[in-house]
Design a protein around this ligand. Structure first.
Ligand code: GCO
Ligand code: MG
Length: 402
């Protein structure tokens, strides 16, 4: 059996997605997500110019060998563009293998460890009252876990809060928009937000929060300590993690569980965090961290240190990644939670998929492969549109972490 054709399919049904389609000489095809928000076409070029020509004629069932070939074989290792490209190929090969075996990928990985994958939704409000209301709406929809973000008095645009009620999509068409940031205001108002939310929903709901890389380690420690009375499920990206050691300071001051990793692309980005037990949840995703093959390695290493999975699942991860994540989450023994930011209706139409939301969980039936497809005719109607994530600046104009 041979790989016969490899294609990238770029579509923008509301936001940009890059999909890899691999077809074998026996007509079976597999899909992989290759979307890197705001840098999409770099991955397309990497794949089309440098990866596809090497894979024509290879046996698609040799997933591990192809992974090593692309990782070691390039000589230049790691990095978001490389690892997203490898991830897309890897996902497509697992999809093909599942279809050949007539089994879902969760079966190939080792079978189901649970009936469904618990997800957390996004409740956001322009102020605290709106945020509390959004949490209540999520509870009515069946969510058991809810991330809460709110506008901060005195700040114009805040991460995680849309311009209109409810809806939040960070990437915007045109050039990068600019937002401002004031750590002191944020640290002052956030504990109050969670006091109100906890008092409104009671003790059982899992509450989460994303600090989105904005704080220094000592500020992050202050935040996590001040949130302890409201017993959060996690605080995410409390401080940037290029320096993994930075998390030690937070740990020394607080027992609020920590999550990190959505921008990591390999096990080397989280090795120290995991082995020193400086975090509780690893958020690396199948699409940005080398596919199912590499994530399985990260998850197994994390399991040795009681670190659980909590994969990224924002709208810039296509339904192909979500399908892969559900398969992975049904199997992985050290599962924690999965993020779910539902796609718009058009995206769901472009990518018909087998996973569905039921009572706070994503579930899927026994379908071969990843359980996701692409309607190529519909996808072609929505060509790529340049879009960027925002940048953030401090009050005095200094560029900050968005
Ligand atoms: C999250 C993330 C996203 C990212 C986005 C960037 O936790 O869901 O932080 O909102 O900002 O995925 O492309
Ligand atoms: Mg995040």
């Amino acid at each position: 059996m041979k790989i016969e054709r490899l294609q990238t399919l770029v579509t923008c049904p509301g936001r940009n997605f890059v999909t890899v389609k691999i077809t074998t000489d026996q007509g079976v095809h597999g899909l992989g997500d290759a979307t890197l928000n705001g840098r999409e076409l770099a991955v397309v070029a990497y794949l089309e110019e440098h990866v596809f020509p090497c894979l024509v004629g290879k046996d698609p069932r040799n997933i591990e060998d192809i992974w090593q070939y692309l990782y070691r074989g390039a000589y230049w290792r790691r990095g978001p563009v490389t690892m997203t490209a490898i991830a897309a190929i890897d996902m497509a090969l697992w999809d093909i293998l599942g279809k050949l075996a007539g089994m879902p990928v969760w079966r190939l990985l080792g079978g189901k460890s649970r009936a469904g994958v618990m997800v957390y939704g996004h409740a956001n409000g322009r102020d605290h009252a709106e945020a509390v209301e959004a949490v209540q709406q999520h509870l009515e929809q069946g969510y058991k876990a809810i991330r809460v973000q709110s506008g901060v008095p005195g700040m114009d645009k805040v991460y995680g809060v849309g311009k209109t009620r409810g809806f939040y999509e960070p990437a915007q068409k045109g050039l990068p928009p600019e937002e401002d940031w004031d750590t002191a205001l944020y640290l002052r108002h956030t504990p109050e937000l969670f006091r109100k939310v906890r008092e409104a929903v009671g003790p059982d709901v899992h509450l989460l929060h994303d600090a989105h890389h904005r704080l220094t380690p000592i500020e992050a420690a202050q935040l996590c300590k001040s949130l302890e009375p409201w017993r959060l499920f996690w605080v995410e990206d409390a401080t940037p993690a290029e320096n993994q050691e930075a998390f030690r300071l937070i740990r020394q001051h607080s027992t609020t569980p920590l999550a990190v990793g959505e921008i990591f692309n390999s096990i080397w980005d989280c090795k120290d965090l995991i082995q020193n037990q400086l975090v509780d949840y690893i958020r690396s995703t199948i699409v940005h961290a080398g596919g199912i093959t590499h994530l399985r390695r990260i998850a197994d290493f994390a399991a040795l240190h009681q670190v659980r999975t909590g994969f990224h699942g924002a709208t810039d991860l296509s339904p192909v990644t979500m399908a892969a994540a559900v398969n992975f989450g049904l199997w992985v023994p050290n599962f924690g939670i999965q993020e779910l930011m539902p796609h718009n209706a058009l995206t769901d139409e472009v990518f018909p998929h087998a996973y569905r939301f039921e009572d706070g969980h994503l579930v899927m039936d026994e379908v071969p492969g990843l359980g996701v497809d692409i309607d190529e005719t519909l996808a072609a109607k929505y060509p790529y549109e340049r879009a960027y994530l925002p940048v953030a600046r401090l009050r005095d104009g200094t560029l900050w972490n968005w």
